[in-house]
Design a binder for this molecule. Sequence first.
Ligand code: HDD
Length: 703
Amino acid sequence: MAKTAKRPSGKPAIIHDQKLVRGNGGELHQIVGDDNAVLTTAQGGLVSDDQNSLRIGERGPTVLEDFHFREKIFHFDHERIPERVVHARGYGAHGYFETYDSLAKYTRADIFQRAGEKTPAFVRFSTVAGSKGSFDLARDVRGFAVKLYTKEGNWDIVGNNIPVFFIQDAIKFPDMVHAVKEEPDRAFPQAQSAHDNFWDFISLTPESMHMIMWVMSDRAIPRSFRFMEGFGVHTFRFLNAKDESTFVKFHWKPKLGLQSVVWNEAVKINGADPDFHRRDLWQAIQSGKFPEWELRVQLFDQAFADNFAFDVLDPTKIIPEEELEPIPVGRLVLDRMPDNFFAETEQVAFMTQNVPPGVDFSNDPLLQGRNFSYLDTQLKRLGSANFTHIPINAPKCPFHHFQQDGHMAMRNPVGRANYQPNSFGEGPRESPQRGFRSFADAEEGQKVRLRAESFADHYSQARQFFNSQTPPEQRHIAMALTFELSKVETPVIRERMVSHLLNIDEGLGVTVAGKLGIQEMPKPADAAVVPRDDLEPSPALSIIENGPDSFAGRKVGVLVGSGTDAALLKKLQSAIEKEGATMEVVAPKVGGVEAGDGSWIEARHMIDGGPSVLFDAIAVLLSEEGADRLAKESAARDFVADAFAHLKFIAFVQSSSPLFVKAGVATDADEGLISLDGVSGINAFVQSCRRLRLWGREPAVKL
Ligand code: HDD
């Protein structure tokens, strides 16, 4: 008998039998935590004892007939499925895409026909190189894969947070991935590109230079998924009702603006909280602060493509946003965590070839190869051609086809005719009007293995990217390159990389060579096309230039101790929350501390578990006695010293001084240290925090 129950999200759902509940996506989940339920086997057999296997005598051997034990261990032994060969570590969430206005002029895709249309979505963010259990703050590209359950079938935009790629032809993908992953003879380093094999491959692959600039920039260490952009990378096509084609590139822009961490911070976050990005998304969604991105499209015709300085089919090139403004077409909101990580985030299968009618591919050779690859990988990972029967992968629109049988088939056609055409009047039949139609491009040519000459310029846009960065960002690129190459043990690889850098920016090449201690400067690498220096800088490429001027969505860590001023803490909290940010209290003990007025202050972290790298800004509200005590603890000293070194804004009360002295941070060091002793202190602190970091401090701390 059907009855209702509370799902984990709190929404009532129908129970089909006493153990299954249907999730919002149609998934069936077992209910755990039902006190009245009797434990059963997977076959539904009631279990009397789950603590002891069946054996002959108290100390004798286990008997073969213990089917409960056998089934339980059998299932456990088969719990793992292969992790993704790339993008293994990921985190997903549900939400929706809302269309702003009709785009019927450009595309007949149903999702873009009506203003206000809401389409269910599932998004999975990921790192690329590390395995499933690696850490979140690896220096790496982030996957940004969006599944849109449109009324005309699933549309997957399987993108990254970087708009270009390492290689121009998919045939190089296995080499590139082998090179970045752990080296096969020693199985390290994991989740890191800082090793010989990666830089060997890159230094022998000049087409990767533009991507390398992005990967060595702070884009590769985002503060959170919520503060990064996403890109479809390739040029796609929109096709309207008349089958007229417009080229299109997809850009996701985060509502909260761009933000990254600094490298020293990333390294420490990985130790303090390897799940930093996961936790961030989880907390944001669970607290109702739903992350949001705007979808913007760069639209252009064949004439633009013909006149553009680079080939629009080349995935190592961008079209600068200043040259072709992206048009906002809708917004993506993530508002629900999966009920079960494995069922949804692990089993979700993204495929570039999933496009609805009205969206089509270009001839980008990377995209063409991807369209071939993603189907294979789903079979390998999910184990059956029926992977679309898994609810997260099933379309949410009506679907009718004659595919049948196979492993784990959950749905089969009913009726007599399982083919078409048939004489029994049984559908479905194809529809030339409504169905997917490819753009009827005229293609001809010899069958060749050749790279187009229009793909040959590998340095100009790398240079443009570097020139578009602010001085701190340029410094970070140089330091990232130095760090990575310092881990390369083969000198010739380091030198070969420097020879490429000289083609991108001579100063960059010289700086990196100097920091690596290269004695004899290599010659610039031979370039197939002389790098251009006439490309205008593109401010859209800088993170700092695109800061949000808002502290919303960020987090302040407040260090308290016994005797802290509770009233000031309260005022600070309300100012932070008014700004749309959150506050977490760090104390010597997680149980909390007694405030100066005798009240009790609850803590979220004990000082060892709440280092300042977990926060965007800090406040230190210690009484003199509390500061004296914490000055003796290295974790407390690091709390202050790291926040200063990571260019964060620091609020303090003068009585905390003993801790600052021991941490080696002068409370009047710069404008980023803000006293809360005066009346306007809190306001000044919160306003400063909108700048996110005090970049002017960087030369003093030599990040
Ligand atoms: Fe890929 C996964 C993005 C090139 C082959 N890719 C994968 C994911 C993302 C991307 C975000 C994870 C999806 C998820 O969360 O499940 N890949 C890209 C981008 C590329 C790119 C933006 C270049 C523009 N990929 C690329 C090439 C090939 C692949 C050239 C092969 C020819 N990618 C795969 C794959 C994966 C994958 C092996 C692993 C797991 C999966 O597909 O589902 O098929």
